[in-house]
Design a binder for this molecule. Structure first.
Ligand code: PBG
Length: 323
């Protein structure tokens, strides 16, 4: 047959496939989320996230060294706090002697070139397990901003490079930007969780932090998975309020949202390949039901192809080894 177009010609060898490859992963795309807990020499595996550990600060510093040697330069820090340190107003989140702020200082001290990203949300510190102040079963928006501002400022003072508001309260990016600027932290960036959906895929993360909501769900602040036009409203606000990065979370069921934001905004787009997305691949691979490494690389590539130039992923270390 004389076919004028034979797309298979460009797939006939490894060399030609490499040449025409449109998207390539690089270790510099990755941010590794890490879980810190109190104590010394503590390494506690998250049951639903094989290969992921809650680490005490001493071991976390060793872990960061290993990752830096693999080329990973940015870490997103999450705290697992004992229930006794949690309260209604998440006050531990801005206690300068608290584990989290100490960890930021220690990491920046030991690794000045590493970028520390923080999580700005009440849930790991909240006795209600919610991302906002709870009153009569309602999550209050504006009073929560005050807590988020204190938290972000304390993190910046401890040396954070990027703060990551992950709570979905209205107006938080603008409020945090103002607080940071008034504090002289003009260079601290905001990576806003712009389109964060109320997702079942956060389950393992809440195990890792013991941060599941004590009542109800997060649907009055996180987005409805059915909506994409609403993501544009959220992104538009975050852009206007001064966000430096727009994030979509989770990643895999929301590749269309990643593309939508990437096509619409000229800021870097980040995607959070969340705990449940990690757990699914790990569980299937453990069963021998799929090739875990190939599935991991395919998933990460798909997130980048969709338009994310920054990928937060628990696979960062494993993927870095393969790249
Ligand atoms: C909440 C927060 C969540 C994650 C990070 N910060 C989700 C939630 O509990 O609502 C999830 C990350 C993951 O699943 O990997 N502030």
């Amino acid at each position: 047959m004389n076919l004028i177009r034979r797309p298979r010609r460009n797939r006939q060898s490894g060399a030609i496939r490499d040449m025409v490859q449109e998207t390539r992963l690089s270790v510099t795309d990755f941010i590794l989320p890490v879980f810190i807990m109190e104590g010394q020499n503590v390494r506690s595996e998250v049951a639903s996230m094989p290969g992921i550990y809650r680490l005490s600060l001493d071991l976390l510093l060793d872990e960061i060294q290993e990752c830096v040697d693999l080329g990973i330069k940015t870490f997103d820090l999450f705290p697992n706090l004992p229930e006794a340190k949690k309260d209604k107003y998440a006050t531990e989140s801005y206690n300068p002697d608290g584990m989290y702020l100490q960890a930021i200082r220690a990491i920046k001290d030991k690794f000045p070139d590493v970028m520390v990203m923080t999580d700005v949300a009440m849930d790991p510190y909240s006795s209600d397990g919610h991302d906002g102040i709870v009153e009569n079963g309602k999550i209050l928006n504006d009073p929560t901003l005050d807590v988020l501002g204190k938290m972000a400022l304390a993190q910046a003072q401890a040396g954070a490079n990027i703060v990551g508001p992950s709570d979905m309260m209205d107006g938080r990016v603008g409020y945090i930007r103002q607080v940071l600027d008034e504090g002289g932290f003009h260079d601290v960036a905001i990576m806003s969780y712009s389109a964060k959906y109320a997702s079942a895929f956060y389950g393992p993360f809440r195990d890792a932090l013991d941060s599941a909501p004590k009542f109800g769900d997060k649907k009055t602040y996180q987005m409805n998975p059915a909506n994409s036009r609403e993501a544009l409203i959220e992104a538009q606000l975050d852009f206007a309020e001064g966000a430096d990065f727009l994030m979509v979370k989770p990643a895999l069921s929301y590749l269309d949202i990643i593309k939508l934001l990437n096509d619409t905004y000229h800021l870097p787009i980040a995607a959070y390949n969340v705990s449940g997305e990690y757990a699914m691949i790990k569980a299937a691979a453990q069963q021998g039901w799929l090739d875990g490494e190939r599935a991991m690389m395919e998933v990460l590539l798909s997130i980048k192809r969709a338009g994310a130039s920054v990928i937060l992923t628990y696979f960062a270390k494993e993927a870095a080894r393969l790249l």
